[in-house]
Design a protein around this ligand. Structure first.
Ligand SMILES: Nc1ncnc2c1ncn2[C@@H]1O[C@H](COP(=O)(O)OP(=O)(O)OP(=O)(O)O)[C@@H](O)[C@H]1O
Length: 294
């Protein structure tokens, strides 16, 4: 297989996905592609369909229409654990770590999806199980280094700072060796310093492992800072998809974030100008504030 083919293999394609709940449209014909080795953000106001998109990708929800493929393999219709095995790793917004277990043990828990030696082989301490355990620990240590937690390997997760807990959740998802890592609000609740550290980790994941990162995030400073591409949803529809700079100036994006308040007025037409960009940034900042108030 050539390098180019390998890269093509890891493309995550969401195609014409529609999803509704008892008459409420959550997603309405959403399509986008996550290119290998990129950071890709999905943004939009509350209720836009971001979490629903993640849930369709992971197999938590079956879409009414459309499909999700990874490297040409159809994920839609498969159970979540099979989708995880095929290369979709997800770190959750709500931290679900084992507090008494150490950082190393928590990362190893993330690997169980990959472990081949069964319970019996492990119990009998067969060579295959011992080798797998050794390899697992080495890999977990590598991942801990990547997320800046090498010195915390033996610390119980329950004693970590908030930021380290969130980065450990990310590390645990990475331990599954995914092609695409899904991050649900990775910097929610973090201060500026913690946010900057996490931004560095996200970039390192992309640059050092080649894993694509797909993230939902309300913190627009982070989104614009780390993303190679941004997909914007509003009321379940895709309203923009492009480089951060293009998306920030897109009239539909300004309209979505300002709740239609600007309608046909200045910012709608000025969207491509400096003034328009400023209005968008402000609107997005208001959205952040709204999140904090929730
Ligand atoms: N399990 C569900 N049952 C009923 N309606 C749902 C369910 N999940 C999502 N929805 C609806 O689907 C729409 C999209 O919701 P979704 O949670 O995907 O949005 P979101 O962009 O993630 O929002 P937020 O930023 O507030 O998390 C909303 O109208 C929401 O109320």
């Amino acid at each position: 297989m050539t390098g180019e083919q390998a890269a093509e293999d890891a493309v995550l394609a969401v195609e014409d996905v529609a999803l509704s709940f008892a008459g409420v449209t959550a997603l309405d014909g959403v399509s986008f592609r996550v290119e290998p080795g990129t950071v890709h953000a999905v943004i939009g106001p509350n209720g836009a369909g971001k979490t629903s998109t993640f849930n369709v990708i992971c197999g938590v929800y079956a879409p009414d229409r459309g499909s999700v493929t990874l490297g040409g393999n159809r994920l839609t219709g498969l159970a979540p654990h099979r989708i995880a095995r095929l290369g979709i790793g997800r770190a959750f917004q709500n931290i679900a770590l084992s507090g008494r277990q150490t950082v190393l043990e928590n990362i190893l828990l993330g690997r169980h999806v990959l472990t081949r030696a069964g319970v019996i082989a492990s119990g009998l301490r067969l060579p295959s199980a011992r080798r797998e355990a050794r390899e697992g620990r080495a890999k977990a240590a590598e991942i801990a280094e990547l997320v800046g937690m090498s010195r915390l390997l033996d610390r119980p997760a329950g004693l970590l700072s908030y930021g380290d807990k969130k980065r450990l959740e990310l590390a645990r998802a990475l331990a599954m060796e995914p092609s695409v890592l899904l991050l649900d609000e990775p910097v929610a609740g973090m201060n500026d310093e913690e946010t900057a550290r996490t931004a560095g980790v996200i970039r390192d994941v992309r640059d050092r492992t080649g894993v694509s990162v797909l993230l939902i995030e309300h913190d627009m400073t982070l989104v614009m800072d780390v993303s190679d591409r941004v997909t914007v949803l509003d009321f379940g529809r895709l309203v923009a998809d492009g480089a951060p700079d293009e998306v920030r100036r897109h009239p539909e994006v300004l309209r979505a974030y300002l709740g239609g308040a600007l309608g046909e007025t200045d910012a709608g037409t000025d969207a491509g100008t400096e003034a328009g960009t400023g209005a968008g940034t402000e609107a997005v900042a208001n959205q952040d504030q709204h999140q904090e108030d929730k």
